[in-house]
Design a protein around this ligand. Structure first.
Ligand SMILES: NC(=O)c1ccc[n+]([C@@H]2O[C@H](COP(=O)([O-])OP(=O)(O)OC[C@H]3O[C@@H](n4cnc5c(N)ncnc54)[C@H](OP(=O)(O)O)[C@@H]3O)[C@@H](O)[C@H]2O)c1
Length: 181
C-alpha cells in the first residue's frame, strides 16, 4: 500500500520510507566534479556510520556516484542506480527515470530506501524524503559540488552526536525528520 503523506504547507508529497544520507562540510560541500571523489580523506567513523545505517536496506544513487564507489555494488544492501545509459553490472538494479523509482518505492512500503547521492539525485527526490542523516565534517576542503538547499524549518532534529575522528576532525551526526501537519 502506498504510504504517501500530503504536506499542506507546500503541497509536497513524501514517503515515510525514504531517507537521505550524506556527508558535507560546514559550507555544504559534498563533492568534486573533476575527480568525482569526496573532498576529504577517508573518515572510518563516518564510513562505519554509513554502513550501520544503510545495512540490509536499499540504497539509491546516480550514475556518477556509482562510478565512484570504492567497491561495486555496496554489499549487504540492494543497490539501485539511476541512469539513462547501459551499465555492465548485473549486481545492481538500473532505473532509467524517476517514475520507475517512485513505483518501486510505492510497491515496497516496508522497505527502507536511502538516497545516497549525488547532488542530482538529492535534488530530484528532495520532496519525497522523510528523514535526513546528515554528517558534518569540520575542516577546510576543496571541491565544487554542494548539497541541495534544504529548508530545515520543515524538519526537526531528532538525534545528534559529536565525535572527534582519529584523523582529528570534529564530526557531527545529525538526524532530522520531516514535520507532519
Ligand atoms: N558527500 C557525500 O555524501 C556524497 C554522496 C554522494 C556523492 N557525492 C559526490 O557527488 C558527486 C556526484 O554527484 P552528481 O550530482 O554529479 O551526480 P549523481 O547524482 O551521482 O549522478 C548523476 C547521474 O545520475 C543519472 N540521473 C540523475 N537523475 C536522473 C533521472 N531523473 N533519470 C535518470 N537518470 C538520472 C544521470 O546519469 P546518466 O548521465 O547516465 O543518464 C546523471 O548524469 C561526486 O563528486 C561524489 O563524490 C558526495
Amino acid at each position: 500500500m502506498l504510504e504517501v503523506k500530503n504536506k499542506t504547507s507546500n503541497s509536497c508529497n513524501f514517503f515515510k520510507n525514504v531517507n537521505f544520507i550524506w556527508a558535507q562540510d560546514k559550507k555544504s560541500l559534498i563533492g568534486n566534479s573533476q575527480t568525482l571523489s569526496m573532498p576529504w580523506p577517508n573518515i572510518p567513523e563516518d564510513l562505519n556510520y554509513f554502513k550501520k545505517i544503510t545495512w540490509g536496506h536499499s540504497i539509491v544513487m546516480g550514475r556518477r556516484t556509482y562510478l565512484n564507489l570504492p567497491s561495486k555494488p555496496l554489499k549487504g544492501r540492494k543497490n539501485f542506480v539511476l541512469t539513462t545509459k547501459k551499465l555492465n553490472d548485473n549486481q545492481i538494479k538500473i532505473i532509467s527515470n524517476l517514475n520507475e523509482l517512485k513505483k518501486i518505492i510505492e510497491k515496497s512500503p516496508s522497505e527502507k530506501f536511502f538516497i545516497i547521492g549525488g547532488k542530482q539525485l538529492f535534488q530530484a527526490t528532495l520532496s519525497w524524503v522523510k528523514r535526513l542523516y546528515q554528517t558534518i565534517i569540520f575542516g577546510n576542503f576543496s571541491g565544487d559540488i554542494y548539497m541541495v538547499k534544504i529548508n530545515y524549518s520543515e524538519f526537526r532534529l531528532i538525534n545528534q552526536k559529536t565525535i572527534f575522528s582519529k584523523a582529528n576532525y570534529q564530526v557531527n551526526f545529525n538526524v532530522f525528520e520531516r514535520l507532519e501537519d
